[in-house]
Design a protein around this ligand. Sequence first.
Ligand SMILES: Cc1ncc(COP(=O)(O)O)c(C=O)c1O
Length: 352
Amino acid sequence: MPEPITIVRTKDSRLTEDLRENSPFGTNYSDHMFVVDYCDGQWRDARIVPFGPMELSPATTALHYGQSFFEGFKAHRTADGRVALFRPMANHARLNRTAARLAMPELPESLFRDGLVELIRTDRDWVPRRDGGSLYVRPVYFGTDDSLMVRPASRYRFVIFTSPGGPYFAQPIRLLAEETYVRAFPGGTGDAKTAGNYGGGLLAAKLAQAKGYANVLWLDGKERRFLEESGVMNVMVIINGVAITPPLSGTILPGVTRDSALTLLRESGAKVEERPVSIDEVLSAQSAGTLHEAFGIGTAAIIAPIACIGYRGKDYEIPTGSTTGFAQQLKSQLTAIQYARVPDTHNWLLYV
Ligand SMILES: Cc1ncc(COP(=O)(O)O)c(C=O)c1O
């Protein structure tokens, strides 16, 4: 029998309407967090406690050897005033795949779901009410041994905390196709949500930003030819009416939004291809006028239109703003499901 989750409520809530409705992404956190520790082969002491700093040894495994990763998804206030999480168990499945890749113990499904639901219930007043608002949920899982031995830790901590955010109006972005740095390579950790993947990507993004781009368009690690990801989102291009996205071949993150978009596209009868797509193919289509759209796909923005790809010193403009295009259709379909404005026929919502 799993132990019950203990709850220690904060005595002074920080909740204000302004914090709940007007916080920029990832800057303010709700009152509580869910914490559970792993030690001696068991998960113990599941608890909800006031959100706040944690004491860690400077020798903590995660800080030195990178046994650290996170997840991200959202809770929405639905049309009928309830609170629903969007596909959290898909994130749980990905969490355990990342854990396995980093030689970390599996986190039981019931522990994840019960802790998550209890936390969102405890902080349900933090879920924004305004149109397009959501409570971003950030699980983080890391090794906590106090030891410099290079080996998998014997102790771990799993935490979930949340952050209110407003609608994300994705301005069309300019991306620089990156040929010097790579995000991933076959056999690496590209399909896992490891903290190190993000650290390794920051310099390329920073250099691209200095040149006026929002982020990089990652190309494959072997040939620097095939599209992989749009910054920290999956990527899709529409060529001649066909929606094309790189396959899950081990070097890209299997996005939950990508999977949801592919499901909706296939149901609508759209032509969809999961296959390698080269930068040459995309730019030839752009020249021929058959590249109709390109966009990033991920939890934060849902769909982020790409207005321009910079490649070898030249900028290639891409049409954006069509109200009947794939990007707009997908965004409105996905948000309608998330806010329960349409029936949840895929069973994607977990009500708390
Ligand atoms: C590198 C990377 N790719 C893709 C995604 C999109 O994944 P999801 O749709 O699950 O948010 C994310 C965001 O989580 C990401 O960090």
